[in-house]
Write a protein that binds this ligand. Sequence first.
Ligand code: NDP
Length: 313
Amino acid sequence: MPNSERSRAAQRRAPDDFWGCFVIETKPIDGKAFAAGLRARIAEEVAGLKASAGLTPGLAVVLVGEDPASQVYVRNKAAQTAEAGMASFEYKLAADTPEADVLALVAKLNADPAVHGILVQLPLPAQIDANKVIAAIDPAKDVDGFHVVNAGRLAVGLDALVPCTPLGCIMLLKHHLGSLAGLKAVVVGRSNIVGKPAAQLLLKEDCTVTVAHSRTRDLPGECRTADILVAAVGRPEMVRGDWIKPGATVIDVGINRVPKDDGKTRLVGDVAYAEAQGIAGLITPVPGGVGPMTIACLLQNTLTAAKRQKGLA
Ligand code: NDP
């Protein structure tokens, strides 16, 4: 067999060939059920705040343009905000809205006492600088946690509004593993919205953290050292079964739409889920793992922001 083929075969070899005698029952992490429980707890606290302090947390969501995926996200966010008993304010702007108009709307929402959280749905059309818009949001209302003030506060270990998806990952990990202290975590991906904040949060939990990315040498080898493996790459099933340490907890953040034989599409994560069976100890499925946690954590951030603005937290 030529060397290149041998190396490809070695990369894809069956898990039990690779790890020999290990027999592991892989358990899925049910993010959907956990998120439903979290939303119920949030709704209960919101009802209490209304009764005791006359406070109704309010979330404003700004959508510019007609991106179909963004429209679905915004619709779901508005529905779940209302279900939690919070006030939901939706602003839908045309795709050609000038940047100045978006900045003016953000300034108006910053000054509105009924709005405790502001989310500008990304991506934004080309004429609008997303960094400028994020920088214009009051950090106290930045429920996406993307403002440099919140990123900086997280980095130095101060209270911050933390990006929703990594916050959801850490909640799932703590729920299933208890203390994360001393565990080796490898985060694949270093984006500002997932990879970097996930690494900061794991460090805050006293994990030993490695952040891997497209320039990492020996990515499979790095992944194999992880007790906790977080994949946030955006490449369908890139993380193979034999990249996973036996018994590791795998958090698959990726959401990738791939074609099926019948011409339709299906969602897969960044981890080869079928190959991970019998190797990983715990794994988040896609869909139904990390995804549902993102909106639940947005509600959590809105509640936290409202309480802080009222001096109640
Ligand atoms: P980005 O595209 O911003 O970042 C991807 C990261 O993956 C980059 O750091 C990149 O490295 C790294 N990467 C790309 N290719 C490779 C490779 N071959 N080997 C190693 N690293 C690689 O993506 P996001 O962080 O925004 O999202 C990641 C995934 O998570 C996507 O599938 C997205 O859909 C999903 N997602 C899911 C959410 C949810 O609610 N569940 C929310 C947000 C995102 P480099 O920096 O070197 O380019």
